[in-house]
Design a protein around this ligand. Structure first.
Ligand code: 2IT
Length: 445
């Protein structure tokens, strides 16, 4: 029989100074341990030890020149976590906070998320501690070229297919793909999140934000509720927050906050017009990492240095970065009457915050279920590239909708507790784990 604490103690010893990775693993193991112990073949095949160890970790040096002619050196990574159910798939993150531990946690999460999508994709993640803040277009391009010069040795359309994440969107994917083509003379579907003229999919930029709202809509329906008139707080202001604002508005809710490292804005009229969405995109591409200009432009309140979780809302969506919502935030939200919490950033909530929501029987959706729409749409982009045919926006959106509904169904089927509460964390972890673990058993060692 596996026992949680001895297993975790061993894992911590093998992975020193990687607290985010340990946190992500603990959440999954806590959820699945009873299920694993009820199926002896898993322990007989060492499944927990194997599933928590990445297949491969690649690190490389990235040298690049800034506009003044100075040379900089960053570290690049690709964590190929698990390919039991398909080629490694997952984004690249360019952010000052990136460490190997961060990317291991993200690659681990990605493995189970991708399993939930129903598509044949393994899990991986990569990126760099490169900080895009204040960098020119030319500097971003030089960095991307240098990064891909190394990365191309390890990826391929049936091997490992990166995409965007924080700090990496259409522009960066274009530069990365350009360098791949120059070096390999191949028109390979080796990246997703591409622009439309270079093989990208319609709806991919919106997909994470749309998907989280489709998932939330399923939660609402499950609880006999709807988006009509719901007041929502969203954190972040990037690609994911943007798609979330658009779809929430379309479904009849009002998003009253977005946020950045500088603080959050309160827009009582709602972040709900094309002009405001367009402005969010401008904020993102400006590379300044601030939201304060939104408050000036649209004459609303800006709260410096704070997070949006102090504002009373019906639903809260973390759309920025890991661990952005802590226990105190959770207590404030619950005290202020929050009805649903949807983690849209990967591991957006700290472990004690998640426990608090669950203890208080607030329906809580974990990131690996709620934010899977992005990578699901990447999977659809791979299908379109493989058949050399673009699909219509309607077709992609319909499939995305269907996938999010199916993830919700898997959570309900595996996460319903005796009192009727749906533990989405447990449901997502068990369903995601089962497919990967069974695939590993079938493949042998
Ligand atoms: O966290 C994620 O799922 C992503 N950044 C998207 C990954 C992808 O391959 O589209």
């Amino acid at each position: 029989m596996y026992q949680l604490e001895p297993f975790m103690a061993e894992l911590e010893k093998r992975n020193p100074a990687q607290p985010e990775f340990i946190q992500a693993v603990r959440e999954v193991i806590e959820s699945v341990i009873d299920f694993v112990n009820a199926n002896p073949a898993y322990e007989a095949n060492n499944i927990l030890e194997r599933i928590t160890e990445p297949d491969r970790v690649i690190t490389f040096r990235v040298d690049w020149e800034d506009d003044e002619g100075h040379i900089h050196t960053n570290r690049g990574y690709r964590v190929q976590f698990n390919n039991a159910i398909g080629p490694y798939k997952g984004g690249l993150r360019f952010h000052r906070s990136v460490t190997l531990g961060t990317l291991k946690f993200l690659g681990f999460e990605q493995t189970f998320k991708n399993s939930l999508t129903t598509l044949p994709m393994g899990g991986g993640k990569g990126g760099s501690d490169f900080d895009p803040r204040g960098r020119s277009n030319a500097e971003i391009m030089r960095f991307c070229r240098s990064f891909m010069t190394e990365l191309q040795k390890y990826i391929g359309p049936d091997q490992d297919v990166p995409a965007g994440d924080i700090g990496v969107a259409g522009r960066e994917i274009g530069f990365l793909y350009g360098q791949y083509k120059r070096l390999r003379n191949e028109n390979a579907a080796v990246l997703t999140g591409k622009g439309l003229s270079i093989g990208g999919s319609l709806v991919r930029p919106e997909a994470t934000g749309y998907g989280t709202m489709y998932f939330a809509n399923e939660i609402l329906k499950e609880h006999g509720d709807s988006f009509k008139g719901k007041r929502i707080s969203v954190s972040g202001f990037g690609n994911v927050a943007w798609g979330a604002c658009v779809k929430a508005t379309e479904l009849g809710a009002k998003v009253v906050t977005i946020s950045g490292p500088d603080g959050y804005i309160v827009d009582e009229e709602g972040v709900g017009t094309p002009e405001k969405w367009e402005f969010m995109k401008q904020l993102r591409t400006s590379n300044n990492d601030v939201v304060a200009p939104y408050a000036e432009k649209f004459h609303c309140k800006f709260v410096p240095g704070k997070k949006p979780w102090e504002l009373p809302v019906d639903m809260a969506f973390t759309c920025a970065i890991q661990n952005e919502l802590g226990l105190e935030d959770a207590k404030t939200l619950v005290k202020n009457g929050v009805k649903y919490v949807v983690e849209t950033s990967n591991m957006g909530c700290q472990a004690d915050a998640v426990k608090y929501f669950i203890e208080h029987r607030i329906p809580f959706a974990p990131g690996k279920a709620a934010n899977a729409g992005g990578v699901a749409c990447s999977g659809l982009e791979m299908s379109q590239n493989a058949e050399h045919l673009p699909w219509t926006a309607e077709e992609v959106d319909q499939r995305l909708h269907h996938i999010m509904k199916s993830i919700h169904d898997q959570c309900v089927a595996n996460g319903k507790e005796k009192d009727g509460y749906i533990n989405y964390v447990k449901g997502a972890n068990i369903a995601g784990f089962k497919k990967v673990a069974d695939a590993m058993l079938q493949l042998g060692y």
